[in-house]
Design a protein around this ligand. Structure first.
Ligand code: ZN
Length: 334
Protein backbone atom coordinates (compact mmCIF):
# COMPACT_ATOMS: atom_id res chain seq x y z
CA UNK A 1 0.00 0.00 0.00
CA UNK A 2 1.22 3.47 -0.83
CA UNK A 3 1.89 5.96 1.98
CA UNK A 4 -0.30 8.49 0.16
CA UNK A 5 -3.57 8.50 -1.73
CA UNK A 6 -4.07 8.63 -5.49
CA UNK A 7 -7.16 10.65 -6.36
CA UNK A 8 -8.86 9.21 -9.41
CA UNK A 9 -12.16 8.49 -11.14
CA UNK A 10 -12.93 7.11 -14.59
CA UNK A 11 -15.00 10.27 -15.04
CA UNK A 12 -11.80 12.36 -15.38
CA UNK A 13 -12.09 11.40 -19.05
CA UNK A 14 -12.62 14.57 -21.08
CA UNK A 15 -15.33 14.11 -23.74
CA UNK A 16 -13.55 16.10 -26.45
CA UNK A 17 -13.54 13.59 -29.29
CA UNK A 18 -10.46 13.09 -31.42
CA UNK A 19 -7.98 15.64 -30.05
CA UNK A 20 -4.26 16.10 -29.48
CA UNK A 21 -5.07 16.01 -25.74
CA UNK A 22 -5.15 12.27 -24.93
CA UNK A 23 -8.28 12.27 -22.79
CA UNK A 24 -7.96 8.56 -22.12
CA UNK A 25 -4.58 9.00 -20.40
CA UNK A 26 -6.11 9.15 -16.92
CA UNK A 27 -7.66 5.69 -17.17
CA UNK A 28 -4.50 4.31 -18.75
CA UNK A 29 -2.34 5.69 -15.93
CA UNK A 30 -4.70 4.13 -13.37
CA UNK A 31 -4.57 0.77 -15.19
CA UNK A 32 -0.79 0.82 -15.62
CA UNK A 33 -0.17 1.66 -11.95
CA UNK A 34 -2.23 -1.39 -11.01
CA UNK A 35 -0.77 -3.66 -13.71
CA UNK A 36 2.79 -2.86 -12.67
CA UNK A 37 1.93 -3.19 -8.97
CA UNK A 38 3.00 0.36 -8.23
CA UNK A 39 -0.35 0.80 -6.51
CA UNK A 40 -3.23 -1.38 -5.38
CA UNK A 41 -6.96 -0.67 -5.59
CA UNK A 42 -7.13 0.58 -2.00
CA UNK A 43 -4.62 3.35 -2.81
CA UNK A 44 -7.18 5.12 -4.98
CA UNK A 45 -9.76 7.54 -3.62
CA UNK A 46 -12.70 8.81 -5.69
CA UNK A 47 -13.24 12.57 -5.69
CA UNK A 48 -16.51 14.45 -5.65
CA UNK A 49 -17.04 17.40 -7.98
CA UNK A 50 -16.10 20.78 -6.55
CA UNK A 51 -19.09 22.87 -5.52
CA UNK A 52 -19.97 26.00 -7.47
CA UNK A 53 -18.91 27.96 -4.37
CA UNK A 54 -15.45 26.38 -4.62
CA UNK A 55 -15.17 27.28 -8.30
CA UNK A 56 -16.25 30.85 -7.49
CA UNK A 57 -13.28 31.24 -5.14
CA UNK A 58 -11.23 31.68 -8.34
CA UNK A 59 -13.56 32.19 -11.28
CA UNK A 60 -15.94 35.06 -11.98
CA UNK A 61 -19.70 34.57 -11.52
CA UNK A 62 -20.22 35.61 -15.13
CA UNK A 63 -17.86 32.96 -16.49
CA UNK A 64 -19.28 30.25 -14.23
CA UNK A 65 -22.78 31.19 -15.32
CA UNK A 66 -21.79 30.88 -18.99
CA UNK A 67 -20.32 27.43 -18.34
CA UNK A 68 -23.39 26.26 -16.41
CA UNK A 69 -25.81 27.49 -19.06
CA UNK A 70 -23.81 26.70 -22.18
CA UNK A 71 -23.61 30.31 -23.30
CA UNK A 72 -19.92 30.76 -24.11
CA UNK A 73 -19.39 32.85 -27.24
CA UNK A 74 -17.82 31.12 -30.26
CA UNK A 75 -14.66 33.12 -29.56
CA UNK A 76 -14.56 31.94 -25.94
CA UNK A 77 -15.00 28.32 -26.98
CA UNK A 78 -12.30 28.67 -29.64
CA UNK A 79 -9.89 30.14 -27.10
CA UNK A 80 -10.48 27.15 -24.82
CA UNK A 81 -9.49 24.85 -27.71
CA UNK A 82 -11.77 22.04 -26.53
CA UNK A 83 -15.44 21.63 -27.54
CA UNK A 84 -17.92 22.76 -24.92
CA UNK A 85 -20.46 20.31 -23.50
CA UNK A 86 -22.23 20.00 -20.15
CA UNK A 87 -20.35 16.70 -19.68
CA UNK A 88 -17.06 18.56 -20.11
CA UNK A 89 -18.13 21.05 -17.43
CA UNK A 90 -18.76 18.14 -15.09
CA UNK A 91 -15.32 16.66 -15.85
CA UNK A 92 -13.64 19.97 -14.93
CA UNK A 93 -15.67 20.34 -11.74
CA UNK A 94 -14.51 16.80 -10.90
CA UNK A 95 -10.86 17.66 -11.63
CA UNK A 96 -11.17 20.63 -9.27
CA UNK A 97 -12.80 18.42 -6.63
CA UNK A 98 -9.92 15.99 -7.08
CA UNK A 99 -7.35 18.70 -6.53
CA UNK A 100 -9.18 19.93 -3.42
CA UNK A 101 -9.11 16.37 -2.10
CA UNK A 102 -5.43 15.96 -3.04
CA UNK A 103 -4.55 19.17 -1.20
CA UNK A 104 -6.40 17.97 1.90
CA UNK A 105 -4.65 14.61 1.69
CA UNK A 106 -1.29 16.35 1.30
CA UNK A 107 -1.83 18.24 4.55
CA UNK A 108 -2.66 14.96 6.25
CA UNK A 109 -0.22 12.47 4.65
CA UNK A 110 2.54 14.83 3.47
CA UNK A 111 1.64 14.06 -0.14
CA UNK A 112 -1.62 13.94 -2.09
CA UNK A 113 -1.67 12.92 -5.74
CA UNK A 114 -4.40 13.84 -8.19
CA UNK A 115 -4.26 11.56 -11.26
CA UNK A 116 -5.75 14.49 -13.13
CA UNK A 117 -5.89 18.27 -12.98
CA UNK A 118 -3.11 20.78 -13.52
CA UNK A 119 -5.22 22.97 -15.81
CA UNK A 120 -2.89 25.94 -15.48
CA UNK A 121 -4.06 27.94 -18.51
CA UNK A 122 -7.52 28.75 -17.10
CA UNK A 123 -8.07 32.38 -16.08
CA UNK A 124 -10.73 33.73 -13.69
CA UNK A 125 -12.96 34.85 -16.56
CA UNK A 126 -12.11 32.53 -19.43
CA UNK A 127 -10.60 29.20 -20.43
CA UNK A 128 -7.58 28.69 -22.65
CA UNK A 129 -5.29 25.96 -23.99
CA UNK A 130 -7.48 22.92 -23.12
CA UNK A 131 -8.20 24.35 -19.64
CA UNK A 132 -11.69 25.38 -18.52
CA UNK A 133 -11.22 25.62 -14.74
CA UNK A 134 -8.00 26.20 -12.77
CA UNK A 135 -8.28 23.25 -10.40
CA UNK A 136 -5.01 23.99 -8.59
CA UNK A 137 -6.00 27.57 -7.80
CA UNK A 138 -9.44 26.39 -6.65
CA UNK A 139 -7.77 23.89 -4.29
CA UNK A 140 -5.42 26.52 -2.87
CA UNK A 141 -8.21 29.05 -2.30
CA UNK A 142 -10.38 26.38 -0.68
CA UNK A 143 -7.58 25.36 1.71
CA UNK A 144 -7.08 29.04 2.57
CA UNK A 145 -10.80 29.62 3.05
CA UNK A 146 -10.93 26.65 5.42
CA UNK A 147 -7.94 28.12 7.32
CA UNK A 148 -5.89 24.99 6.63
CA UNK A 149 -3.10 27.01 5.02
CA UNK A 150 -2.19 30.67 4.62
CA UNK A 151 0.46 30.35 1.93
CA UNK A 152 1.23 28.07 -0.98
CA UNK A 153 3.79 27.71 -3.74
CA UNK A 154 3.10 26.42 -7.23
CA UNK A 155 5.95 24.66 -9.03
CA UNK A 156 4.92 24.35 -12.65
CA UNK A 157 7.10 22.03 -14.73
CA UNK A 158 4.78 21.74 -17.72
CA UNK A 159 6.57 22.79 -20.92
CA UNK A 160 4.07 25.63 -21.30
CA UNK A 161 4.07 28.75 -19.14
CA UNK A 162 1.55 28.77 -16.28
CA UNK A 163 -0.22 31.90 -17.49
CA UNK A 164 -3.49 31.30 -15.66
CA UNK A 165 -1.67 30.61 -12.39
CA UNK A 166 0.41 33.77 -12.76
CA UNK A 167 -2.65 35.90 -13.54
CA UNK A 168 -4.75 34.50 -10.69
CA UNK A 169 -2.12 34.92 -7.99
CA UNK A 170 -0.45 38.11 -9.17
CA UNK A 171 -3.22 40.49 -8.21
CA UNK A 172 -3.26 40.25 -4.45
CA UNK A 173 -0.42 42.64 -3.81
CA UNK A 174 2.04 44.64 -5.86
CA UNK A 175 0.23 44.10 -9.14
CA UNK A 176 2.79 46.20 -10.98
CA UNK A 177 6.53 46.77 -11.16
CA UNK A 178 8.13 43.35 -11.46
CA UNK A 179 11.81 43.29 -10.56
CA UNK A 180 14.34 43.56 -13.36
CA UNK A 181 15.28 40.35 -15.09
CA UNK A 182 18.19 38.42 -13.71
CA UNK A 183 20.16 35.50 -15.05
CA UNK A 184 21.40 32.49 -13.18
CA UNK A 185 25.12 33.07 -13.43
CA UNK A 186 26.10 29.53 -12.52
CA UNK A 187 24.63 28.15 -15.73
CA UNK A 188 26.12 28.09 -19.16
CA UNK A 189 25.24 31.46 -20.61
CA UNK A 190 25.30 30.09 -24.14
CA UNK A 191 22.07 28.26 -23.32
CA UNK A 192 20.46 31.66 -22.89
CA UNK A 193 17.81 30.66 -20.42
CA UNK A 194 16.54 33.48 -18.25
CA UNK A 195 15.13 33.71 -14.79
CA UNK A 196 12.72 36.55 -14.03
CA UNK A 197 11.43 37.52 -10.61
CA UNK A 198 8.30 39.39 -9.57
CA UNK A 199 6.66 40.14 -6.23
CA UNK A 200 4.59 37.38 -4.64
CA UNK A 201 1.37 37.65 -2.67
CA UNK A 202 0.15 34.78 -0.48
CA UNK A 203 0.87 32.30 -3.27
CA UNK A 204 4.35 32.14 -4.76
CA UNK A 205 4.32 30.96 -8.36
CA UNK A 206 7.24 29.29 -10.15
CA UNK A 207 7.04 28.37 -13.83
CA UNK A 208 9.76 26.60 -15.82
CA UNK A 209 8.78 26.58 -19.45
CA UNK A 210 9.98 26.75 -23.02
CA UNK A 211 10.13 30.44 -23.82
CA UNK A 212 9.38 29.99 -27.51
CA UNK A 213 6.01 28.29 -27.07
CA UNK A 214 2.36 28.92 -26.15
CA UNK A 215 1.21 31.19 -24.54
CA UNK A 216 2.54 34.17 -26.44
CA UNK A 217 1.68 36.50 -23.55
CA UNK A 218 3.26 35.27 -20.35
CA UNK A 219 2.08 37.27 -17.33
CA UNK A 220 4.72 37.38 -14.58
CA UNK A 221 4.98 34.50 -12.17
CA UNK A 222 6.93 35.09 -8.95
CA UNK A 223 9.74 33.26 -10.75
CA UNK A 224 9.65 32.58 -14.46
CA UNK A 225 12.38 30.47 -15.98
CA UNK A 226 12.33 31.04 -19.74
CA UNK A 227 14.09 28.04 -21.21
CA UNK A 228 15.61 27.96 -24.70
CA UNK A 229 14.47 25.42 -27.27
CA UNK A 230 15.91 21.94 -27.05
CA UNK A 231 17.26 22.03 -23.51
CA UNK A 232 18.13 18.57 -22.11
CA UNK A 233 18.06 16.82 -18.75
CA UNK A 234 21.10 18.29 -17.01
CA UNK A 235 20.45 21.92 -17.94
CA UNK A 236 16.77 21.60 -17.07
CA UNK A 237 17.53 20.10 -13.67
CA UNK A 238 20.07 22.83 -12.93
CA UNK A 239 17.49 25.51 -13.70
CA UNK A 240 14.86 23.74 -11.60
CA UNK A 241 17.24 23.36 -8.67
CA UNK A 242 18.12 27.02 -8.97
CA UNK A 243 14.48 28.16 -9.14
CA UNK A 244 13.44 26.02 -6.16
CA UNK A 245 16.35 27.25 -4.06
CA UNK A 246 15.64 30.84 -4.99
CA UNK A 247 11.89 30.51 -4.35
CA UNK A 248 12.33 28.83 -0.99
CA UNK A 249 14.85 31.47 0.11
CA UNK A 250 12.20 34.11 -0.53
CA UNK A 251 9.06 32.33 0.58
CA UNK A 252 7.95 29.78 3.17
CA UNK A 253 4.92 27.90 1.79
CA UNK A 254 2.57 25.72 3.83
CA UNK A 255 1.67 23.70 0.72
CA UNK A 256 3.62 23.01 -2.46
CA UNK A 257 1.52 22.40 -5.57
CA UNK A 258 3.56 20.49 -8.12
CA UNK A 259 2.23 20.71 -11.68
CA UNK A 260 4.00 17.73 -13.25
CA UNK A 261 3.49 18.18 -16.99
CA UNK A 262 4.74 15.32 -19.16
CA UNK A 263 5.33 17.60 -22.14
CA UNK A 264 8.98 18.66 -21.58
CA UNK A 265 9.61 15.15 -23.04
CA UNK A 266 11.77 15.18 -26.16
CA UNK A 267 9.15 13.46 -28.29
CA UNK A 268 6.27 15.68 -27.29
CA UNK A 269 4.23 17.07 -30.17
CA UNK A 270 3.49 20.40 -28.48
CA UNK A 271 6.80 20.85 -26.71
CA UNK A 272 10.27 21.82 -27.85
CA UNK A 273 12.45 20.70 -24.96
CA UNK A 274 14.46 17.48 -24.96
CA UNK A 275 14.06 15.73 -21.63
CA UNK A 276 14.30 11.94 -21.40
CA UNK A 277 12.17 9.60 -19.27
CA UNK A 278 15.04 9.49 -16.77
CA UNK A 279 15.41 13.27 -16.74
CA UNK A 280 11.71 13.74 -16.09
CA UNK A 281 11.80 11.26 -13.23
CA UNK A 282 14.84 13.00 -11.74
CA UNK A 283 12.87 16.25 -12.02
CA UNK A 284 10.03 14.70 -10.00
CA UNK A 285 12.48 13.35 -7.42
CA UNK A 286 14.12 16.75 -7.08
CA UNK A 287 10.83 18.50 -6.34
CA UNK A 288 9.77 15.80 -3.89
CA UNK A 289 13.14 15.69 -2.14
CA UNK A 290 13.25 19.45 -1.67
CA UNK A 291 9.73 19.42 -0.23
CA UNK A 292 10.39 16.46 2.01
CA UNK A 293 13.64 17.93 3.36
CA UNK A 294 11.80 21.11 4.30
CA UNK A 295 8.71 19.30 5.54
CA UNK A 296 6.40 21.02 3.06
CA UNK A 297 3.26 19.04 2.12
CA UNK A 298 3.02 18.36 -1.62
CA UNK A 299 -0.02 18.17 -3.82
CA UNK A 300 0.61 16.74 -7.32
CA UNK A 301 -1.41 17.31 -10.49
CA UNK A 302 -0.59 16.07 -13.99
CA UNK A 303 -1.16 18.87 -16.57
CA UNK A 304 -0.12 18.28 -20.22
CA UNK A 305 1.51 15.49 -22.20
CA UNK A 306 1.26 15.04 -25.95
CA UNK A 307 3.84 12.44 -26.89
CA UNK A 308 3.48 10.86 -30.31
CA UNK A 309 2.81 7.60 -28.50
CA UNK A 310 0.24 7.99 -25.72
CA UNK A 311 1.98 5.20 -23.81
CA UNK A 312 5.01 7.48 -23.39
CA UNK A 313 2.88 10.17 -21.77
CA UNK A 314 1.29 7.51 -19.54
CA UNK A 315 4.72 6.16 -18.53
CA UNK A 316 6.01 9.65 -17.66
CA UNK A 317 2.97 10.29 -15.43
CA UNK A 318 3.30 6.83 -13.81
CA UNK A 319 6.96 7.58 -13.14
CA UNK A 320 5.88 10.63 -11.14
CA UNK A 321 3.94 8.29 -8.84
CA UNK A 322 6.97 5.98 -8.62
CA UNK A 323 9.23 8.94 -7.78
CA UNK A 324 6.81 9.99 -5.02
CA UNK A 325 6.83 6.45 -3.66
CA UNK A 326 10.62 6.41 -3.61
CA UNK A 327 11.00 9.79 -1.91
CA UNK A 328 8.12 9.26 0.55
CA UNK A 329 8.63 5.58 1.38
CA UNK A 330 6.56 5.67 4.54
CA UNK A 331 3.88 7.86 6.00
CA UNK A 332 5.30 10.92 7.72
CA UNK A 333 3.22 11.19 10.85
CA UNK A 334 2.40 14.67 11.97
ZN1 ZN B 1 1.63 21.90 -21.46
Amino acid sequence: MLPFKLIYTDDYYLPIGSHVFPAEKYRRIHDQLLAEAVAEPSDFVTPQPASDQDILLVHTPKYVQKLKTGTLSPHEEMEMEIPYSPELVRAFWLAAGGSILAAGQALQDHLGFNIGGGFHHAFPDHGEGFCMIHDVAVAIRRMQRDHKIRTAMTVDCDVHHGNGTAAIFAGRCNPSDPLPSTSASTLDSSRRGKMRHAHAGDVFTISLHQHNNYPAWKPHSSIDVDLPDGIGDDDYLAWLDNALSSGLRQFDPELLCYIAGADPYREDQLGGLALSFEGLKRRDELVFRVARTRNIPVMVTLAGGYAQRVEDTVTIHCNTVIAAKEVFPETVSS
